[in-house]
Design a binder for this molecule. Structure first.
Ligand SMILES: C[S@@+](CC[C@H](N)C(=O)[O-])C[C@H]1O[C@@H](n2cnc3c(N)ncnc32)[C@H](O)[C@@H]1O
Length: 383
């Protein structure tokens, strides 16, 4: 399995073929839809000899074309194995390093998502297929939290993009729609805000409770897409910080609304660096009791301060050369990195090694069962 979730096969000439819906070791018939000199792409049209890891998709909307989950045809336990192998492969290719990737906690594979982006057509919420503009209404959706499942079942939304968010610990819900019309209808107490209102400066947020704290999350702020996953990340990053001298300066790069700066067990000074205005505003509320120094800037432009430990949770593009340079400028002895893309993880490991940071441990935190998305927590020591 390769980044992006396809199986990798070779045709008779040895050319690489990326196979959507294919699993290692099985024999399938593939409809080819893209042919290039070096590779081809296709989709399984018939399974001839199935892998032992193949299962019937638990959600009926996959057959209808829903593109929300691309790995429902894989047994839930095997999904984590494949993800770990995908990450190990990226590490081998990009950083020339062999490391067994820990499988992490076994988080529930259904009813987990508290934040989801979809599209409404004729008032009904749905998802786009992988390669089409049509929308497949999903009711019930297998992976959303019951608070969002109720919204999908009973809510009616103006046509266009829709974001549904919920605080599992508080029961609060927030819906962001592209525009408003008289079709909008949601259960009592659910807050609805339009893109236009947010652009005009209107503030809207909901609260979540997890890791023993209460979190304000604005409509435009990032927050982990499941509460048990957020807690698992906090636990994995805490473990990655073990052995660092107590009371040292902790820097939380790409800090969002303050989840890690607020929930990690630290006794020393903490600095959070974040670029998003609404996330910074939330972090100021969420961390008000903590005395955290919050710096609103692009990490690439941050005037790095000396630190004992750095925690970095960049978006999919990863740290890159400039992010690694900022980490190195802190002269921290320990780095805990959270990566959500295997290719950028592999590249960052190589760049970090060049800056003197050696990868010691990496673990999958499977926040997105039934999809090929990965989340990796890794620990580096400066040597
Ligand atoms: C994956 S989220 C992690 C947030 C937080 N660590 C958490 O667990 O909730 C990445 C965050 O980085 C922020 N971000 C993206 N690019 C950035 C940059 N160049 N400099 C600073 N922050 C950035 C985003 O706004 C987002 O809040």
């Amino acid at each position: 399995m390769v980044a992006g979730g396809d199986g990798l096969a070779r045709d008779d000439s040895g050319r690489v073929t990326f196979v959507t819906g294919g699993l290692p070791g099985e024999r399938v018939e593939v409809g080819i839809h893209q042919t290039k000199k070096d590779f081809a792409r296709g989709t399984v049209t018939q399974v001839i000899e199935p892998s032992a890891d193949r299962v019937a998709e638990p959600c009926r909307f996959v057959a209808a074309g829903c593109g929300g989950c691309d790995w429902q045809h894989i047994d839930a336990t095997a999904q984590r194995r494949f993800k770990a192998a995908m990450v190990a492969d990226a590490l081998r290719r990009q950083a020339h390093q062999e490391l067994e990737i820990g499988l992490g906690p076994d988080l529930p594979a259904t009813g987990y998502r508290t934040s989801v982006r979809g599209v409404a057509v004729d008032g009904r919420f749905g998802f786009r297929p992988r390669s089409s503009h049509q929308v497949v209404p999903v009711d019930p959706c297998l992976v959303v939290h019951p608070l969002l499942a109720e919204l999908i079942a009973h809510g009616r939304f103006p046509d266009g993009e829709v974001v549904l968010r919920a605080g599992a610990g508080t029961g609060e819900r927030l819906v962001v729609v592209s525009h408003d019309d008289d079709r909008t209808s949601v259960p009592d107490g659910v807050r609805v805000v339009t893109d236009g209102e947010l652009k005009a400066g209107r503030r809207a947020w909901y609260f979540e409770e997890l890791a023993g704290r209460r979190w304000r999350i604005s409509a435009r702020s990032f927050f982990q897409s499941r509460p048990d996953g957020a807690e698992a990340l906090v636990a994995a990053v805490s473990a990655a910080m073990a052995g660092v001298a107590e009371g040292g300066h902790l820097v939380d790069l790409y800090g969002g609304v303050g989840l890690l700066a607020g929930a990690l067990p630290t006794t020393g000074p903490v600095t959070l660096v974040e670029i998003g205005a609404s996330s910074v505003a939330d972090a100021r509320v969420n961390l008000a009791d903590k005395g955290v120094r919050i710096v609103k800037t692009d990490v690439d432009h941050w005037g790095a301060a000396r630190a004992e430990v750095v925690v970095a949770d960049p978006p999919r593009a990863g740290l890159g050369a400039s992010g690694v340079a900022r980490v190195a400028a802190t002269r921290a002895g320990r780095l805990a990195l959270i990566s959500c893309d295997s290719a950028s993880f592999g590249r960052d490991v190589r760049l970090l090694a060049e800056a003197g940071y050696e990868l010691r441990h990496a673990e999958l935190i499977d926040l997105f069962p039934h999809t090929s998305h990965v989340e990796i927590v890794s620990r580096f020591d400066h040597v």
